[in-house]
Every structure is written in structure tokens, then in C-alpha cells.
Design a protein around this ligand. Structure first.
Ligand code: ADP
Length: 451
């Protein structure tokens, strides 16, 4: 095939802003450290980007937890009810996905919790568990101010939910009120509310006692870590042993005050502007699965409009917001470069008709840049936590489809975290298996022991 030589410097000019240096990442770490300290101080907390909510989870499981537990998982892609049997290292799990219809996602809080109670009742009946005493752990992955292990006040809905009358209320109370309205589930009691980051940490800690950080790289991004109580100035609970608490960073909101503008590209600004929450979740919008494909699409479109891709010929799909899925980024990067079979298939799906090998290589390069930046930004966050914690050996429990399915995310993160941490720290990244279910059950198990 005849190919016109590509204008390398024009390509470079468009893509350079996506290519950050270690100096950028180190500056970001300094800013994040400052913001975390702000989040944990009662004077600066109200205005802080990174809220650092104390979770009231004080310790990781010791492996002696046993019995049957229910778990609820709300706030991920699916709503699930789970039955978990714990017996030492042996964990048996059964689960069922239930649908939350759009009209309930945008309806009233009463409707939402009645629906959840219905689903639990069906699950209990199907599993012939009526009459059995069932402690419940609730993974509720929305920003909450926690007031106790079983008391979590929703601060804001995210991820497409907007149920009236829930913000400012304790979700456990709303759940128990729904049980009470039914009157037929006297044996189910919610003992703990956690979010998915805590679930990832706890479920990994069950088999690896060094696990002290939980990380989510899915639709959104967030992290939690174990902090010394003396650093948590916002702590209002008891200050006995163990003098530590898991902190839910809610780090997706990093950058909300504009302090990440030194790395924001035009693509990032466009995504933020067209999002349902402009000015919010700035760090998350540069990293997570909900946005990565769109960043790549915007860069590809910019190149195309400058006749640096597809001889300038686009398509309706390529011009459509959100149509270049994050899974395409994984697929293109994982493609065989001797034939670009998958890449061509994706271009067919997008109804692009004018493409050659030069285009495949350049689109792959764009995907590489976008996912590398996302992986490195998340790495800088993890390195910031590792440098802050006073531990020599730490395992990071990770969950989420972006980390799970992207071909190089794990390797990119290993390399960059290593480059950014103090040399005497050792770390591992461990994939969490069903953290939202297992983690919630384990926390409920620990809580039921204490009762
Ligand atoms: P959640 O975070 O909602 O609990 P997931 O962990 O499954 O759920 O994350 C969903 C996100 O993962 C979506 O934004 C989607 O774009 C992204 N995703 C799905 N498949 C892949 C893939 N193969 N590679 C990268 N990202 C993916």
C-alpha cells in the first residue's frame, strides 16, 4: 500500500500533553498528600477535595470468622444479594443479580429501599433461609459520611442514581425501615456498611495480612488505606486499641479545586464540561473506565480533523460522545500487531472505511498514551499513600474491570509505583476476588463477634 509519510511533529504536538513526566507525578503526589491531611482535619475538612472519611472499620479479619452472612452490593455495575459462608480460609458464596429499574434509580428513597427489601426477601425464600438469623454486610459504594460501622449518611448520589430523600440520611436506617414496613424479615440485621474499596482491602486481607490499601479501578476510581488514629483529627469514635482506622479517601474528587490544572489537557476539559457533574471528580475523569475511552476518542478525532488519521475521513460513530468504549482501548492494545485483526474489527464497528496500517499504529499509540497516563496517575496516588504510611511491606487489594481486563495496567502500575516510592518500601498488587460481597460479609462477621 502506498502511504503518505505522516507529519510526525503535528502528531506530536497534539499528543504531547498526554505524556507526563515523573516530575508531574511527583508534584501530584505532593498535592495529594496535602489534600489528604486537609481531609482529616476538622477545620479544613469541609473545603477539602479528598474527604478521607473514617470508615469505623478498625482491623482486618484474622481468619477465624465463621458462619452464614448476607451481603448487599449496591453502587457497582450490578445490584447483588449474596449469601456467604465463612469457615477459616474457606469461603462459599452464592449470589443473585437483581435489576434496579431506571424509574427506581431516579425515584424516591422509599421505593429504592422497598425494592431492595423485596430482592432480599426473594433471595432468602429461594435459599430457604426463612427464620435463620442472618447478619448482613452492606457494600454501598457512594460517598458517605460514616458515623458508626452501621451508620452511614449519604453525602451525594453519583453514578446515575438520584433517589429523593436519601442524601443526608443514614442508609442503614432506611434499609431497616423498609424491613419493618414488610414485617417478614425480623432475623435480618445490617451490622456494617462499607464501600467497594474497603471490600477490596478486607477481602484481600483475609488471605494476606499485609494488605493495607484497597483500590478500585472500574467505572470510577477510589482508594482506602489503614491510617494511625493520631493522624485522623476528624475521628470521633473510641480511641482504644487498635489505634488505627480504615480511611475511605474518596480520591476521585482530587483536583476539584483546580489544583490538577497543570496536567489537564483539552480532552480532559472537554470531558468535564460535557459530564453530568462539571468541575467534580477531576482525577477520576483522567483515570477510570467511564472516561478513558472518551479521552482516546477525543484525541483520535483531533488527529483525524488534522488529516493525520483516516485521510481525514471520520464516521458518525467516531463523532459520537461515549461511543469509543474503554474496552476498545484494552482490545486495541492487546491486538496482534502483525495483522491488527481486532483493531480492524473495531474500525468496522465504527463504520470507518478509509484506514491502513499507519492508522492502526497511530490509534494504538493513542490508546497506549491514554492508558499509560491513567495507570501512572493511579500509581502516583498509591505511591503517595505508601510513602505516607509507616509500613515496610504493603499489599494493595485491587478490584475493577479496568485493572482486571486491560492487558498492561498491572505491569504499568508495578513499574511506576516502584519508581515513585521510597526505596525501603516493598509492595504487591493483588487482584481482589468479589471484594464487595466477601468484604462486606467479613466485616459483618467481625462486627457480630463483638456484639
Ligand atoms: P463497577 O466499577 O461499576 O463496579 P466494573 O469494575 O466492571 O464495575 O467497571 C466497569 C468499567 O470498566 C466500565 O467503565 C467499562 O468501561 C470498563 N471496562 C469494561 N471492560 C473493560 C475492558 N475490557 N478493559 C478496560 N475497561 C473495561
Amino acid at each position: 500500500v502506498f502511504m503518505t509519510p505522516i507529519d510526525k511533529s503535528a502528531v506530536e504536538t497534539i499528543l504531547r500533553p498526554l505524556d507526563l513526566t515523573d516530575d508531574h507525578y511527583r508534584r501530584l503526589m505532593d498535592l495529594m498528600t496535602e489534600d489528604i491531611v486537609k481531609g482529616m482535619n476538622p477545620q479544613t475538612h469541609p473545603a477539602a477535595n479528598i474527604k478521607c472519611f473514617p470508615t469505623f472499620v478498625r482491623s482486618v479479619p484474622d481468619g477465624t470468622e465463621q458462619g452464614d452472612f448476607l451481603a448487599l452490593d449496591l453502587g457497582g455495575t450490578n445490584f447483588r444479594v449474596l449469601l456467604i459462608n465463612l469457615n477459616g480460609q474457606e469461603v462459599k458464596m452464592e449470589s443473585k443479580i437483581f435489576i434496579i429499574p431506571q424509574h427506581i434509580m431516579l425515584g424516591s428513597g422509599v421505593q429504592l429501599f422497598d425494592h431492595i427489601a423485596d430482592c432480599i426477601f426473594k433471595f432468602i425464600t429461594d435459599h430457604k433461609l426463612q427464620g435463620k438469623k442472618l447478619p448482613l454486610g452492606f457494600t454501598f459504594s457512594f460517598p458517605c459520611r460514616q458515623e458508626g460501622l452501621d451508620k452511614a449518611v449519604l453525602t451525594v448520589w453519583t453514578k446515575g442514581f438520584n433517589c429523593e430523600g436519601v442524601v443526608g440520611k443514614d442508609v442503614v436506617e432506611l434499609l431497616h425501615a423498609a424491613f419493618k414496613r414488610r414485617g417478614d424479615m425480623p432475623n435480618v440485621k445490617c451490622l456494617a456498611v462499607i464501600n467497594d474499596t474497603v471490600g477490596a482491602l478486607i477481602s484481600c486481607a483475609h488471605s494476606d495480612r499485609q494488605c493495607a490499601i484497597g483500590l478500585i479501578l472500574g467505572t470510577g476510581t477510589n482508594a482506602c488505606y489503614i491510617e494511625d488514629l493520631q493522624n485522623v483529627k476528624t475521628w470521633t469514635g473510641d480511641d482504644g486499641e487498635p489505634r488505627q482506622v480504615l480511611i475511605n479517601c474518596e480520591w476521585g474528587a482530587f483536583g476539584n479545586d483546580g489544583n490538577l490544572s497543570f496536567i489537564q489537557t483539552d480532552f480532559d476539559k472537554a470531558i468535564d464540561k460535557h459530564s453530568i457533574n462539571p468541575g467534580k471528580q477531576i482525577y477520576e475523569k483522567m483515570i477510570s473506565g467511564m472516561y478513558m475511552g472518551e479521552i482516546a476518542r477525543l484525541a483520535i478525532e483531533r488527529l483525524r480533523k488534522n488529516h493525520l488519521l483516516f485521510e481525514g475521513e471520520g464516521s458518525y460513530h467516531l463523532a459520537t460522545r461515549g461511543r469509543f468504549y474503554t474496552k476498545y482501548v484494552s482490545e486495541i492494545e492487546g491486538d496482534d500487531v502483525t495483522n491488527f485483526t481486532v483493531t480492524r474489527q473495531i474500525f468496522d464497528e465504527l463504520e470507518l472505511t478509509n484506514h491502513n496500517e499507519q492508522d492502526y499504529r497511530l490509534v494504538r499509540h493513542v490508546c497506549n498514551l491514554v492508558s499509560k497516563r491513567a495507570a501512572y496517575l493511579a500509581s502516583a496516588g498509591i505511591a503517595c499513600l505508601l510513602n505516607k504510611m509507616n509500613k515496610k511491606e504493603v499489599t494493595v487489594g485491587v478490584d475493577g474491570s479496568l485493572y482486571r481486563f486491560h492487558p498492561f495496567f498491572h505491569d504499568l502500575m508495578m513499574e511506576k509505583i516502584q519508581a515513585l516510592i521510597r526505596p525501603n518500601i516493598r509492595f504487591k498488587l493483588m487482584l481482589s476476588h468479589d471484594g464487595s460481597g466477601k468484604g462486606a460479609a467479613l466485616v459483618a462477621a467481625v462486627a457480630s463477634k463483638l456484639k
